[in-house]
Ligand binder design. Structure first.
Ligand SMILES: [Zn+2]
Length: 62
């Protein structure tokens, strides 16, 4: 991984990014109304099984 820069910038970068549990496609969500994972669908496989990208970052941190 790249070196950690600004935590605020990291939060901003990862907050709106989700990862498909099915095919690991990263999905960037710019619309705050769609921030609920239930409303986002993977454009690659159409699955709604998504996880927030920032959880992965938190796991790496520990
Ligand atoms: Zn997918």
């Amino acid at each position: 991984m790249a070196e950690r820069s600004n935590p605020v910038a990291d939060a901003r970068l990862f907050r709106n990014i989700y990862v498909c549990r099915n095919c690991n496609t990263k999905i960037r969500v710019s619309n705050p109304k769609l921030l609920r994972p239930m409303q986002i669908r993977c454009r690659n496989c159409g699955s709604k099984a998504l996880r927030p990208k920032h959880k992965e970052l938190r796991k790496l941190k520990v």
